[in-house]
Write a protein that binds this ligand. Structure first.
Ligand SMILES: Cc1cc2nc3c(=O)[nH]c(=O)nc-3n(C[C@H](O)[C@H](O)[C@H](O)COP(=O)(O)OP(=O)(O)OC[C@H]3O[C@@H](n4cnc5c(N)ncnc54)[C@H](O)[C@@H]3O)c2cc1C
Length: 407
């Protein structure tokens, strides 16, 4: 059997499902290829305001909000025992006139909501099969699915994750590296209110990040050496609850971990190009880095937003070389900047070298004491480019700043 479509999306993680919905909303016919959405993902995802606005345009937000917790305050605490330690830095959404930075969802809920929306959309044909083989032909790409179907499209969206076969088929190489780190992921109940505050402790093995969930519950991403993550995943509930509470200096009172611990090995990957040969990369096919500062899926949603916009501008042939070149150019600065910043911060945590520690400490110190710079980073975190425009506006009409927020 052979199917013709305007857009083929390969991969049914969150980015693939969102891509299918966004292209269908923009009026393109879509074939989506990939297995049913994951129901066993124990992680939570913090999505920032711009990503939420994009989901709202797809009609997704109302179903997600009831099970999500707002992030009003984000703190970074140096939890290392190194000679040079940084002061605590606190970012408050109120400081830049926002009610919150974003919302924290459980991935299980998120995936189920996305899956239901895709199934309900008449413009999307979801074939629950893997892409087994890619063929590039002039003017089109052909995917052979594991159910035997051939799907032909002028543009394929590679949303097939970090080991993207579609990326390989496009002839795009990526510099990938596995890291000596793994994330232990779990949710826990605590006796004190979190006040919608997320705290990221920087440790010698990576960040330990608590993110609020509704009620007196939070999620945890604890980046450890792989062998320690394995060891912690197998100790009893009481012992691990105590360790988590200790690591947080009892900030949220008594901790009781919930069932369902998971381990995610960490790696980095950055392709040389973000589109080529009628295949455009989005999500983890286009960028992989450690979970620091809730960046990954936020970046993936910006990929989708840009790709749909570019495809709509080149509606006659959305996979044409000039359309793909425009997408590549538009996404490159954001992806390269985020990937480099996260990798640099991660390396500075792991490094015993004094210069790396000094640089990290000095950076956080300046952020803590200089409110315009903090506001710049908060705006950049929410909307890339907007920190720059606010800074320029601030230069045109200077106001006095510089209060201390180093708690
Ligand atoms: C511990 C942890 C915490 C995180 N927390 C956050 C956070 O708070 N905020 C944030 O923004 N990001 C966060 N991230 C990053 C975020 O999880 C990723 O960016 C996101 O999951 C990437 O989604 P994806 O759809 O690109 O890839 P994936 O979820 O890996 O999906 C890829 C899909 O492709 C399918 N596939 C593979 N090969 C084929 C094929 N040949 N044919 C068809 N389908 C195929 C797979 O089955 C899968 O469905 C976190 C990451 C980790 C590890």
């Amino acid at each position: 059997m052979s199917v013709d479509t305007r857009i083929l999306v390969a991969g049914t993680g969150p980015v693939g499902l969102i891509s299918a919905l966004a292209f269908a909303k923009a009026g393109f016919s879509v074939v989506l290829a990939g297995p049913p959405a994951r129901t066993d993902d124990g992680r939570t995802t913090a999505l920032m305001v711009p990503a939420l606005k994009f989901l709202a345009t797809l009609g997704m937000l109302d179903s997600l909000e009831p099970d999500a917790a707002p992030l009003k305050v984000m703190r970074i605490i140096d939890g290392t025992s190194r000679l040079i330690r940084s002061p605590m830095v606190t970012f408050r959404a109120g400081e830049i006139g926002e009610e919150h930075f974003g919302l924290n969802f459980q991935n299980r809920v998120f995936n189920a909501v996305l899956e239901k929306a895709v199934e309900a959309h008449s413009g999307i044909e979801w074939r629950r099969a893997m892409v087994d083989n890619w063929t590039l032909e002039p003017g089109k790409v052909i995917a052979t699915l594991s159910d035997g179907t051939l799907v032909e499209a002028p543009l394929a969206v590679a949303a097939d994750g970090r080991n993207s076969q579609a990326r390989q088929a496009a002839g795009i190489s990526a510099s990938a590296q596995s890291l000596p780190q793994a994330a232990l992921v779990l949710n826990f109940v605590h006796s004190r209110d979190h006040a919608f505050t997320s705290t990221e402790f920087h440790t010698e093995t990576g960040p330990f990040t608590q993110v609020p969930l509704p009620g007196r519950r939070s999620s945890l991403v604890w980046v450890l050496r792989p062998e320690t993550a394995k060891e912690f995943a197998s100790v009893g509930d009481d012992a691990l609850s105590q360790r988590v509470e200790q690591q947080m200096q009892s900030m949220l009172g008594r901790v009781t971990i919930e069932g369902g611990r998971q381990i995610y090995p960490l790696s980095t990957s950055l392709p040389l190009r973000f589109a080529q040969n009628r295949i455009a990369l989005v999500g983890e096919a286009a960028h992989v880095f450690p979970p620091i500062g809730a960046q990954g899926l936020n970046l993936g949603i910006r990929d989708v937003d840009q790709l749909v916009e570019t495809a709509a501008k080149h509606r006659d042939d959305s996979g044409a070389p000039e359309a793909l070149a425009a997408y590549d150019a538009a996404r490159r600065p954001d992806i390269v900047a985020r990937t480099s910043a996260v990798n640099l911060l991660n390396r500075s945590l792991l490094s015993d070298m004094l210069p790396a520690q000094l640089a990290r400490s000095a950076g956080l110190n300046v952020l803590g004491v200089f409110s315009p710079l903090r506001a710049f980073f908060m705006r950049e975190g929410l909307r890339p480019g907007s920190g720059f425009s606010s800074a320029v506006a601030g230069l045109r009409s200077p106001r006095r700043g510089g209060d201390a927020a180093t708690d």
